[in-house]
Design a protein around this ligand. Structure first.
Ligand code: ITT
Length: 198
């Protein structure tokens, strides 16, 4: 069985491939199909963006498609950057500039109050108008400086609950075993194994 991953993010592709390592499943990327598509994430919910990405890519590829949308929700900032995590520091935002802005905005917030969570919504778009959602959340804290070189995005500033290292100080396997995306795609994996029998 073939499933297309609707993402241009190479880090995500690696994370997802490590989880959905099923014998009868061929996971294709946009790159594999030479699809140079950028879907605008203009919805105000993770579900809305995940569905939009999966549906638009399905319409082009006619393949069952998986898309995820993820956000970092910081309590002391009323849930910011949330759905707008990728462009938190503006149109030309980079991972570095986003982390920098986040740390700046949390400068006055004491350690005890730096709670945050990552949330992932995955949309699995199977046929026209037939799709399913899966979610994954990881709670943690935002530290006051970048630590670690692995991963991407806000990984260097996020310490998941139960650990004293950031996502960026973990190996891919460690991050996957506890992360928001790891949890959501484990649910996808169970769904594929149990319902579709691949
Ligand atoms: P797509 O092509 O799949 O849309 P993206 O990089 O735009 O890839 P998202 O919209 O899902 O990814 O995520 C929005 C931002 O949230 C992303 O740019 C990162 O800054 C951050 N983010 C997402 N997942 C993350 C993770 O696992 N660790 C750290 N930051 C993450």
């Amino acid at each position: 069985m073939k499933i297309l991953l609707a993402t241009n993010n190479k880090h995500k592709v690696n994370e997802i491939k490590n989880i959905l390592n099923l014998i009868n499943l061929e996971l294709l990327t946009l790159n594999d199909l030479n699809l140079n598509v950028e879907v605008e994430e203009d919805k105000d919910t993770l579900n809305g963006n995940a569905l939009k990405k999966a549906e638009e890519i399905y319409k082009i590829s006619h393949l069952p498609t998986l898309a995820d949308d993820t956000g970092l929700f910081v309590d002391a900032l009323n849930g910011e950057p949330g759905v707008y995590s990728s462009r938190y520091s503006g149109e030309n935002a980079t991972y570095e500039s986003n982390c920098k802005k986040l740390l700046l905005n949390l400068k006055e917030i004491p350690d005890l109050n730096r709670y945050a969570h990552f949330k992932t919504i995955v949309c699995y778009y199977i046929f026209k108008d037939e799709y399913f959602f899966f979610d994954g959340i990881m709670n943690g804290k935002i530290i006051s400086e970048n630590r670690g070189n692995n991963g991407f995005g806000y990984d260097p500033v996020f310490v998941p609950d139960g650990f004293d290292k950031t996502y960026a100080e973990m190996t891919d396997e460690e991050k996957n075993s506890v992360s928001h995306r790891g949890k959501a795609f484990q649910k996808v994996k169970e769904f594929l194994v149990n319902k579709i029998i691949i």
